[in-house]
Design a protein around this ligand. Structure first.
Ligand code: OFO
Length: 183
């Protein structure tokens, strides 16, 4: 009896999304290391936390594929892009990346709708909302930086911004505990 509840194309697309989330994690990881090297410990901590969150997203998809009886394929993760040139540039690059990942999530939603795979459609709604949250968070940070001068932010403003980021919670829960209500 066939116990695989995902189509071949859906399983392939979800596996590709595993790699995309892992790539996102590597991007945050490399930017975090860069920020720490520049002396911005608060920003680095925020970015390290996000690297962990992206990994949790990867695990969430991996577990879903297994739950639906399909095969997981773990592949190579592309290298992260070059380091940012400034703190402002760092968050601009992050927003670009988040928008790119949102588009990938939308493709999966579209595909599940076309296949009438309502389980996957429903599963993907969590990611749709998560992307809204992440984009909003980064857009708010970019707005704050814009007010403080954007690329021309003074060292005092950068110092306070870094301090603010340090105060943010560092708590990241394992993927198994993450739900739509408590992302
Ligand atoms: Fe996986 O949430 Fe952003 O990219």
């Amino acid at each position: 009896m066939n116990t695989n509840r995902l189509s071949k194309t859906m399983a392939a697309a979800l596996n590709a999304q595993i790699t995309k989330e892992a790539h996102a994690s590597q991007i945050y990881l490399s930017y975090a290391a860069w920020a720490d090297g520049q002396g911005f410990a608060g920003i680095a901590s925020f970015l390290f936390r996000h690297a962990h969150e992206e990994r949790n997203h990867m695990m969430k998809i991996l577990e879903y594929i297994l739950k639906r009886g399909a095969e997981v394929e773990v592949t190579a993760i592309p290298a992260p892009p070059a380091s940012p040139v400034s703190i402002n540039n760092c968050f601009e690059k992050i927003l670009e990346h988040e928008v790119d990942n949102t588009n990938a999530v939308y493709k999966l939603v579209k595909m599940s709708h076309a296949e009438e795979d309502w389980a996957t459609w429903n599963f993907m709604q969590w990611f749709v909302m998560e992307q809204v949250e992440e984009e909003t968070l980064v857009m708010n940070l970019l707005d704050k930086m814009k007010i403080a001068g954007g690329e021309k932010m003074s060292s005092d403003a950068l110092y306070s911004f870094d301090k603010d980021m340090e105060k943010a919670s560092n708590e990241v829960r394992p993927a198994q505990e993450v739900t739509t209500e408590t992302p």
